[in-house]
Design a protein around this ligand. Structure first.
Ligand code: 9MR
Ligand code: 9MR
Length: 591
């Protein structure tokens, strides 16, 4: 286990020898701390802690690398010369490639030359991501509202039920004649969004959309995957059981006129207390176009995905598509209702200061919803709408605020389509490959990854929206083409979040030798600490949380990360972010 005190001493010792920046021995070598598949490429990054201006030649400082197995036997040896410069900082690093090592086992890698003296451990295993893939889904179980989380499933992290959400109040911003302000409705279940306890339709829709998409690409894998959740023996893929817990909640968020409440929330964020201690009144607030369309899209998708499990979820598919169509009709009548929290607070009480998930442009939500509705119902009116919003030249990377890519992927993976749809599918596939083209060139990158080579790769939530989602995109590309280089690049994205990165953290709680241990997550603020399987947001030079009892130790884009509970801008966890980890880990594990 990584220890701060040890590092401080080690850094001092190295510092005395060389007057170099402070690197502990354990921070010199950056490597995937969870595992490599035997046949996968395997590399590690070696920090080059020589201050700028040092003119030492590479030859003089070539680094020797030795790898030993867990019986202490040397199994690999090499020298590294090639220097790789960061494109986001002034750091220089070296890369060592030990892919020729293929035998399963536990290994220690050491570098032994002067300033680069370092040590790390890694694993080669036939299924390095089996536990990770299951844990990433299990994390959603841990986020469940309205039910006790039982010891049998989570051990010491067990907790009583909180947020039953059977007494949720209609906020004045959401009042209608039928449901006046102050009226009480029932809106239980679902997942807590993130480090906070609120439930947001926009982000929920995105999270379930990403996971159902991954499921549909690899149904056979998910049929046999085991996740230890209460419904695990009901004959349904466990990932779908877990998603269903959130879908059930989402269904309760539709008003009688078809519109969707934007969120279910307390007026202000709760403190860092257990769910069962929370006492603030919860509200459903303002219906919005984005929430309504995201719901329509993900419910239509769910009606397709769950149809074959009709025995277990009787009536769900037809109810879901009915709700989706009703939502879409509301959005057609209300095509421009933004969530503007300030405006809402100016007009209604109580004021609401929780997450906004605000969006001002709805063309992408129309595209996603119309696409899903067309694919399920075959109705031309939806197809016409989808074509109105279809991207022509390019589209932005998928995120909660822009869902175009989710619809692009739906078209791109269409099988046995009518000729006019096959034409759209081909166009979308072309756009998709243009979108990911820039992720193929990793030549000279210090972390040997298609992610992390541009300052714009680092922002709030980038570990997911940048890195693991990129890996998932590359796996879609692999599924479309069978070209193994896409899979290799997807693995490289995984290597990055699991430790081969500038901070050397494994950005998933409970995994690796230096995991994030203090996530911004109310459920983690107990003596038991962080529950395993959560991807944290990641380095974010925006540092929107500085000042909140928090001082960043670096402003460099790829190092602007604090494993500190107060750091919601770099160290929060969230369902949309974990969804992409679920997708990538499952995909790679299925290989
Ligand atoms: O805990 C909140 C987190 O879920 C949000 O992402 C974040 C930004 O909206 O806000 C967090 O709450 C903080 C609030 O914004 C400012 N005061 C401290 C709160 C807890 O750290
Ligand atoms: O993921 C969201 C990120 O893209 C935004 O920049 C950020 C600030 O608005 O909010 C993030 O979402 C938070 C949400 O508002 C409240 N729950 C926690 C989410 C993750 O930080």
């Amino acid at each position: 286990m990584y220890k701060k005190s040890f590092n401080a001493f080690a850094a001092l010792a190295i510092g005395c020898m060389t007057a170099s920046p402070s690197f502990a021995q354990s921070d010199i070598i950056k490597v995937n701390q969870v595992g490599f598949a035997p046949n996968a490429e395997k590399t590690a990054t070696i920090e080059w802690p020589i201050p700028n201006g040092n003119k030492a030649t590479l030859k003089q400082h070539a680094v020797s690398v030795v790898i030993k197995n867990d019986r202490g036997k040397q199994v690999w040896k090499g020298k590294v010369y090639e220097m790789r410069s960061s494109k986001v900082s002034d750091k220089k690093r070296m890369l060592v490639d030990f892919s020729t090592l293929t035998e399963e086992g536990k290994y220690t890698i050491t570098t032994s030359d002067g300033v680069n003296k370092g040590k790390a451990t890694f694993v080669i295993s036939s299924r390095p991501y089996k536990e990770l893939a299951a844990a990433a889904i299990k994390g959603f179980y841990f986020q469940r509202a309205s039910m006790p989380i039982e010891e049998q499933y989570v051990g010491k992290w067990a907790r009583p039920a909180g947020h039953l959400d059977t007494q949720v109040m209609i906020h004045p911003s959401a009042a209608t004649a039928e449901r006046p302000a102050g009226m009480i409705i029932n809106s239980p279940w679902g997942w807590y969004d993130a480090g906070d306890y609120n439930k947001y339709i926009v982000n929920s829709s995105f999270a379930v959309g990403v996971m159902m998409g991954a499921y549909e690409q690899r149904k056979d894998y998910y049929r046999t995957q085991e996740v230890d959740i209460p419904e695990k023996n009901n004959g349904v893929p466990n990932i779908l059981d877990e998603i269903y817990y959130n879908l059930k909640w989402m269904q309760t968020m539709q008003d009688t006129d078809g519109g969707l409440y934007h969120k279910l929330t307390t007026p202000s964020f709760e403190g860092f207390v257990a769910p069962s201690e929370c006492k603030q009144q919860r509200y459903v607030v303002k219906k919005t176009t984005a929430a309504t369309l995201d719901f329509a899209a993900s419910m239509a998708m769910a009606s397709r995905v769950y149809r074959e499990f009709g025995n277990y979820f009787p009536g769900f598919s037809s109810i879901a598509i009915g709700q989706a169509e009703k939502a879409y009709a509301w959005a057609k009548k209300n095509p421009n209702v933004e969530y503007d929290q300030n405006k809402m607070n100016a007009a209604y009480d109580p004021d609401v200061s929780t997450g906004a998930y605000d969006d001002k442009y709805f063309g992408d939500e129309f595209f996603w919803a119309a696409t899903e509705l067309y694919l399920v119902t075959g109705k031309q009116e939806y197809r016409e709408d989808a074509m109105r919003y279809i991207p022509k030249e390019s589209f932005p990377t998928a995120s909660w605020g822009n869902v175009t890519e989710l619809a692009v992927l739906e078209w791109a993976r269409l099988k046995d389509a009518k000729p006019e749809d096959a034409k759209v599918a081909a166009d979308m596939k072309k756009l998709f490959f243009a979108h990911i083209a820039k992720y193929s060139d990793i030549a000279g990158t210090p972390f040997n990854s298609p992610y992390g080579n541009d300052a714009s790769d680092f922002f709030w939530g980038c570990n997911s929206e940048g890195c693991t989602w990129r890996g998932a995109e590359l796996m879609y590309a692999y599924d479309f083409t069978g070209d193994a280089s896409y899979k290799e690049n997807a693995r490289r994205c995984m290597n990055y979040v699991l430790g081969q990165n500038a901070t050397g953290y494994c950005y998933v709680t409970g995994f690796g030798t230096k995991p994030s241990i203090h996530p911004h997550q109310r459920l983690a603020s107990t003596p038991n600490g962080a529950y395993p399987g959560f991807l944290v947001g990641g380095p974010n030079p925006g540092q929107q949380d500085k000042g909140e009892n928090l001082k960043y130790t670096s402003n460099v884009p790829d190092e602007s990360y604090m494993d500190d509970m107060n750091s919601y801008a770099s160290n929060e966890i969230a369902i949309n972010w974990n969804a992409t980890l679920v997708a990538l880990a499952g995909w790679l594990d299925s290989e």
